[in-house]
Design a protein around this ligand. Structure first.
Ligand SMILES: [Zn+2]
Ligand SMILES: [Zn+2]
Length: 375
């Protein structure tokens, strides 16, 4: 497909001045803006690429001279006599949005003059009990707050705030960046459009001061590590009366000496001695709300699990409450007295004497397997 003449693409004459070319380019760039071409975006994008290519060539004196002399051949690799333009002419896919954000100074819709304060993050560490029950905490956050001496104006008197001379109050300046004329934040007033002649002594003209503020945070029952609580407007104060940022309280729940948490459920180990395990009985087990009694049936083995319904943690969303899982561990007795050792020996003898009884349910099974293995 033969390429359209660059001058024709921009709708200008061959003798057009640089400013005429720029004007034509801006008009066409607006025309083919994606927001104005919702129904035929692909076509608009193709058109825009053509326009941009023409503009880039015709506003570069060296490339323009080459084009005027050799036409499109000047920019095709391996053809024409000029060389040196090999890298030019390609457009990366998806470059369209970037082009527009460069051109219109960031943000495709509206200008970006907002100077909202920064969001802040505060890390809070809670005990499992606090996370389960919910808690109210006082936190101290170093932040910027609006200066109360100048009421955020940054000036000694309100008559000391004057319109910026560099940008004439618009807060932006036109700059040339590569092939584009771009809008940039005014370097003199940093986009405020106003400058302070006689800065406030307390805030040095910033309009805000650094201060540690104390906040009370209500942490709901059921929070877990990774949850974030947003305190709207409690972040840094904005510049020049702009809205404040938000404060995010990032929750970290400490590990617990007894309980392990799994969502709304809790797990804990219950060590019991061989007598209780053998004969059964009652054992006290801990919960987050105090001790409760758990019945251990006779002949309980290690690994047996008891579920205590509703003794877990309340769900952060909704009213469901998790369970507490008690995992039994039967312990071998230690530090035995001579008397106790005698009793155990006696017990051992009675096991031997009692040939047909199965006192160790796993052991019998285990030695049967060993026999098969070696047999
Ligand atoms: Zn300015
Ligand atoms: Zn001040």
């Amino acid at each position: 497909m033969a390429k359209k003449d660059y001058y024709e693409t921009l709708g200008v004459s061959k003798s057009a001045s640089e400013s005429e070319i720029k004007k034509a380019y801006k008009r066409l760039a607006m025309k083919y803006h994606p927001d104005k071409n919702q129904d035929n975006k692909a076509e608009a994008e193709a058109k825009f690429k053509e326009v941009k290519e023409a503009y880039e060539i015709l506003t570069d004196p060296q490339k323009k001279a080459a084009y005027d002399q050799y036409g499109h051949a000047a920019f095709e690799q391996g053809q024409g006599g000029t060389g040196g333009f090999g890298g030019f002419g390609g457009f990366a896919g998806g470059a369209f949005d970037d082009i527009f954000s460069d051109f219109f100074g960031g943000g495709r819709r509206g200008s970006q003059t907002e100077t909202r304060g920064n969001d802040l993050q505060y890390n809070i560490t809670l005990s499992l009990e606090e996370a389960a029950a919910g808690v109210s905490k006082e936190i101290k956050v170093p932040t910027w707050v609006s200066c109360d001496t100048c009421h955020g104006q940054g000036a000694e008197k309100s008559s000391d705030v004057v319109t910026c001379n560099t940008c004439h109050g618009t807060g932006v300046v036109q700059m040339r960046q590569g092939f584009f004329a771009v809008q940039q934040e005014c370097p003199t007033c940093h986009g405020r459009g106003k400058v302070v002649k006689n800065p406030c002594k307390k805030c040095h003209g910033e309009g805000r001061v650094q201060k540690t503020k104390t906040l009370s945070v209500t942490i709901p029952a059921g929070v877990d590590t990774g949850n974030r609580i947003r305190l709207s407007g409690e972040g840094e104060a904005g510049l020049n009366g702009a809205p404040s940022g938000d404060l995010y309280v990032q929750v970290q729940v400490k590990s617990h000496a007894i309980f392990e948490r799994d969502g709304t459920n809790l797990h804990c180990e219950i060590p019991i001695n061989i007598v209780l395990a053998s004969l059964g009985g009652e054992v006290e087990v801990p919960t987050l709300n105090g001790k409760v009694s758990l019945t251990i049936p006779a002949e309980t083995q290690t690994g047996k699990m008891f579920r205590l319904r509703g003794k877990g943690i309340k769900s952060l969303r909704g009213n469901a409450i998790g369970d507490l899982y008690c995992h039994v561990v039967v312990e071998t007795p230690v530090n035995l007295t001579n008397k106790q050792k005698e009793l155990l020996k006696e017990l051992g003898e009675s096991f031997k004497a009692d040939k047909n009884a199965k006192h160790s349910p796993k052991e019998k099974n285990f030695f049967d397997k060993v026999k098969t293995f070696f047999g």
